[in-house]
Design a protein around this ligand. Structure first.
Ligand SMILES: [Ca+2]
Length: 130
């Protein structure tokens, strides 16, 4: 039902991370989270430079030239960003310049692979951890 594109990237001899990009389904952030939890291992989370690099490579290889939902979010009364997949606070970050600027509570990966807060009700393709 989805056009799933799965990429595998070996980042080092001890590190392997896989991401799935579902590129033909445009959904709001919450729906992306639910789909990723049901079918994979959560909406994509990025914990360090290696994972960011793997994500960038998988998006580049997919040919998807669009903003994409990833798994960061915050609550309206709390400035702390968390990963939906784990519930943990986000420490390592790769925000775009001048972001987060407060225009939304959900995190997108921009077409230049940087992080940006955005309105959760926008419709975008998304990336799951697998
Ligand atoms: Ca923003």
């Amino acid at each position: 039902m989805f056009n799933k594109i799965i990429f595998y990237f070996k980042i080092s001899t001890t590190f392997l991370r896989k991401y799935t990009i579902i590129s033909d389904q445009l959904v709001q952030w919450e729906e992306a989270r639910v789909i990723c939890n049901a079918n994979h291992h959560g909406l994509a989370s990025i914990s360090n430079e290696n994972e960011q690099q793997a994500l960038e490579e998988s998006v580049a290889a997919s040919g998807v030239a669009s903003d994409l939902w990833i798994g960061g979010f915050r609550l309206i009364a709390d400035p702390t960003w968390k990963w939906a997949r784990t519930g943990g606070n986000i420490s390592w970050t790769r925000w775009a310049p001048l972001q987060p600027d407060g225009n939304g509570l959900c995190m997108q990966l921009t077409y230049s692979y940087l992080w940006d807060d955005d309105s959760c009700i926008d419709f975008k393709p998304f990336i799951c951890n697998v």
